[in-house]
Design a protein around this ligand. Structure first.
Ligand code: DAU
Length: 333
């Protein structure tokens, strides 16, 4: 298969590219990425010279570059491109609407024009909003609560509209919170690990009892692989690791592993509109034969070790743009 992967220099996209090149010795991948703040070619240094991999710098909102690549008629377009961080979407929502909605529409138009056989839209459990008890199925109502999740929900609806109206062969995957190597250190797990490695405090929002359903990134990559090869066109697949944890539990795990105590926790003002709990029912994708393989504790320990052993990767990021960005506070809102 020839795949056009968009947003492949980000966290999940880069893990996916590596996973596919290793698993399928005859697959070829072109990676289109705008290399905005979290897209980083260092995430793919090890596959850079692979003759089955090629990189094009460009934005999914740029019709010219998207048209140029779609014209080559890849067997599938897999869209990971997105602005993904909730806190950023609260500070600069417009960027999220542009990339996450208009960018996806640009890709869908190209898929329509060149009759691409498969379009995978990588989405998120955040589209469903928060749930107190039970778990969301693919039939649950979309109820996003922040500019990021609203833009992802918008993209999903446009993708489904292109399927129903123009027969663009769309499949959507919605996964729960990913963690693993190469995750940008603005998200909970890499932020807390790297802060502690720098002997800094870790900012826990509100009471720290918000719950997320965690999945190791390679389990998500495998689930996407299942959606590509066995998924049904026009369907949505939830992907979860079935590992529900409060932020306090995640924090305790990382503190304990790094032999730090609770005095490193700094309880800070809560995120505006902070969703209390996410939970997914992923029995539909399990019917395709997939199930998560990685044990949460092992995968989190491996992830902590990865950040310990790859300090130059995240130190470069944290010393530059990152700190500038975080000078902005919610108090501005
Ligand atoms: O659920 C899937 C989603 O998971 C993805 O679609 C998003 O792209 C991804 O950012 C993530 O969203 P969250 O908001 O759940 O992830 P984040 O790592 O930002 O936060 C996880 C939890 O930790 C959340 O309850 C907020 C809290 N938190 C986060 C940060 C960055 C803190 O308490 N302190 C922090 O400094």
């Amino acid at each position: 298969m020839n795949l056009l992967v968009t947003g492949g220099a980000g966290f999940i996209g880069s893990n996916f590219i590596r996973y596919i090149l290793n698993k399928y010795p005859d697959y070829k991948i072109i990676n289109l990425d705008a290399l905005k703040y979290s897209g980083n070619l260092e995430n793919l240094k090890d596959v850079d010279k692979n003759p089955r991999y090629g990189f094009v710098k460009g934005d999914i909102c740029d019709k010219k570059v998207v048209d140029f690549l779609a014209k080559k008629r890849p067997d599938a377009i897999i869209n990971f491109s997105a602005m993904t961080h909730v806190d950023r979407s609260i500070l600069e929502p417009e960027e999220f609407t542009k990339t996450d909605i208009l960018g996806v529409q640009t890709l869908l138009e190209a898929a329509r024009k060149y009759k691409i056989d498969l379009f995978i839209q990588i989405s998120t459990d955040e589209c469903y909003g928060s749930i107190e008890k039970g778990s969301f199925t693919e039939e649950s109502t979309l109820s996003p609560t922040n500019p990021y999740s609203a833009s992802k929900a918008g993209a999903d609806l446009i993708a489904l509209a292109y399927y129903k109206t123009f027969n663009v062969p769309v499949i959507i995957t919605r996964s729960s919170n990913n963690f693993g190597p190469y995750q940008y250190p603005e998200k909970l797990i890499p932020l807390f690990i790297t802060n502690l490695l720098e002997d800094k405090k870790i900012p826990l929002y509100g009471d720290g009892k918000h719950k997320r359903d965690w999945i190791y990134v390679l389990d998500n990559c495998e689930a996407i692989d299942y959606a590509i090869h066995y998924g049904k066109i026009g369907e949505i697949y939830n992907i979860s690791g079935n590992t529900e944890k409060t932020n306090l539990e995640i924090t305790a795990f990382i503190l304990n592993y790094l032999k730090k105590d609770e005095t490193y926790i700094e309880f800070v003002k809560d995120r505006p509109g902070h969703d209390r709990r996410y939970s997914l029912n992923s029995s539909k994708i399990k019917k395709l034969g997939w199930s998560p393989k990685y044990k949460f504790d092992d995968a989190l320990e491996y992830t902590i070790e990865w950040y310990k052993n790859n300090q130059s990767w995240w130190k470069k990021i944290k010393s530059g743009e990152f700190l500038e960005y975080y000078k902005k506070q919610y108090s501005e809102i």
